[in-house]
Design a protein around this ligand. Structure first.
Ligand SMILES: [Mn+2]
Length: 328
């Protein structure tokens, strides 16, 4: 056999799946805080100062590295191994020298993501609460960015997160999609929010989103199915550059128990990954996974595993898109 491995290679391959062995980085990627030699950067954003309810979300990146270090890395449906097509690095954690001040932290994070963007790196960020999305968007989209204009948005969440300033700051977990609209970072005609469910704080809670964006609540998905959801998402975001912001609380607690703002009767992982597989060919220019609260995870680390799979999904979408656009 031409592909016979030596004993040492077999041992190294097996050791690669020991999630408890060695120094943990996201998906065993090289750690490159200098942003060198990287197409896609996996970034920890361990910040939960934007959320007054559950503040343990800063532990998210460490817990994801702990489990994702040994997660398998090829996409079964796409038949893509993103790690053979892209230079993927762990860029470390976002610098937060002013962590006690949410407005300064947003400014510091924006400066970091601006550097990431100047290096031509697509950022995939692990939060942190949902406030992390705002500085990322400011760096990679909008009038002050290299791109010069807004991008499309696919936002999975139980909640709209489209409120203005509250409790003394604009930079809180409930504001990124309002800020994205107000500052021209996201194109409302190319923005879709997916998965609103659960009892409402007020009957008007979703109104602003419905007036400005396309909203697909979970009840609509239950009635019309995942094929319809995927085709709606594709119709809204179209062919342009698109960001994917994923709040884990869209998932049912059976699949993601460790979330900051839980709602019952959520989306299953089967529904989620079925939708994602039908979104092949979207130009994803950035993504985040937010609201992981590791102390609430179960002993099997099911939420961390779901996040690991989401990372493989985002990486595979990006690699597959690049491969196919290079072929065109
Ligand atoms: Mn959210």
């Amino acid at each position: 056999m031409s592909n016979e491995m030596t004993d040492e290679e077999i041992a190294a391959a097996i050791q690669g799946y020991w999630h408890w062995y060695g120094i943990a980085t996201f998906m065993r990627c090289p750690l490159k805080p200098d942003l060198s030699d990287t197409d896609v950067g996996l970034i920890g954003f361990p910040y939960s100062g934007g959320n007054g309810i559950e503040r343990m979300q800063y532990l998210g990146p460490r817990a994801v590295r702990d489990r994702a270090v040994a997660y398998r890395r090829s996409h079964r449906v796409f038949q893509v191994n993103p790690f053979s097509l892209l230079r993927i690095s762990d860029l470390g954690d976002v610098p937060m020298p002013n962590i006690l001040n949410p407005d300064l932290t947003a400014r510091d994070a924006e400066a970091f993501y601006r550097r990431v963007d100047e290096h031509g790196i697509i950022p995939i960020s692990i939060g942190g609460d949902h406030s992390v999305t705002t500085p990322i968007l400011r760096a990679i989209a909008g009038p002050k960015s290299r791109r010069g204009g807004p991008i499309g948005m696919i936002h999975f969440d139980s909640h709209p997160d489209a409120h203005g300033a509250a409790l003394g700051t604009l930079h809180h977990a409930g504001s990124p999609f309002r800020v994205g609209f107000d500052e021209g970072l996201i194109d409302p005609a190319r923005t879709v929010q997916v998965g609103f469910h659960g009892s409402m704080a007020a009957l008007t809670a979703d109104d602003w989103s419905k007036e400005h964006f396309t909203v697909i609540n979970l009840e609509q998905m239950f009635e019309r199915g995942v094929d319809w959801v995927a085709s709606e998402i594709r119709r809204v975001v179209g062919d342009g550059p698109t960001y994917f912001s994923f709040d884990l609380d869209v998932l049912d607690l059976a699949y993601a128990p460790a979330v900051a703002d839980p709602e019952v009767n959520g989306m299953t992982t089967r529904e989620l990954f079925s939708i994602m597989n039908k979104l092949r060919g979207i130009d994803i220019v950035g993504a985040d996974i937010v609201c992981f609260c590791p102390p609430l995870d179960n002993p099997g680390q099911i939420t961390a595993l779901t996040i690991s799979e989401l990372m493989v999904q985002f990486l595979s979408h990006i690699a597959d898109y690049r491969q196919n656009s290079a072929a065109r």
